[in-house]
Write a protein that binds this ligand. Structure first.
Ligand code: AMP
Length: 141
């Protein structure tokens, strides 16, 4: 069982933004920037091709809505990196498909290196971000 399956089952804590029948989204515990969100399908497929096409497409629909929600918060978001590492060779650490949404702003110093992790954030900080983004997400539901 992967970490993400445990989060979805409620056996590990997470700062959720939204949950629906196909996927969930929550704050990344090692945020590359404030507002780093993961969109994760409920199906525990390791690779994108292991998902049915509707669920794969849904991840992107939700990511778009989360990005729109982030843009309505005070989180700095002049742009964003939205990416999915498919397979260990591509830098995937958790073998359960997930889409990253990383808000970006000029001078943030973020380098996408795939492998080196920033420190873990405080749960309180993640919960606050999830609540703020979630409030805007729901308005767009
Ligand atoms: P990847 O390298 O694409 O597999 O990304 C896995 C992501 O999951 C990393 O950005 C981790 O920081 C994140 N992650 C690992 N454990 C947790 C957790 N318990 N809660 C939230 N995010 C996590």
């Amino acid at each position: 069982m992967t970490i993400f399956e445990k989060i979805i089952a409620g056996d590990l804590p997470a700062s959720f933004i939204h949950q629906d029948e196909r996927c969930v989204s929550f704050m990344d515990i090692h945020p590359l920037n404030e507002g780093h969100v993961l969109v994760v399908p409920r199906t525990p497929a390791a690779r994108l091709t292991g998902l049915d096409p509707e669920t794969a497409a849904h991840l992107f629909t939700v990511a778009r809505k989360i990005l729109e929600a982030i843009q309505h918060t005070a989180i700095r978001c002049e742009g964003a990196n939205i990416f999915l590492s498919d397979g260990e060779i591509a830098g995937q650490e958790v073998p359960h498909v997930h889409l990253h949404i990383v808000p970006r702003f000029r001078g943030d110093g973020v380098k996408l290196t795939f492998g080196k992790k920033p420190p873990a954030a405080d749960r309180e900080v993640l919960d606050r971000a999830a609540q703020t983004i979630g409030a805007h997400f729901k308005r767009r539901a």
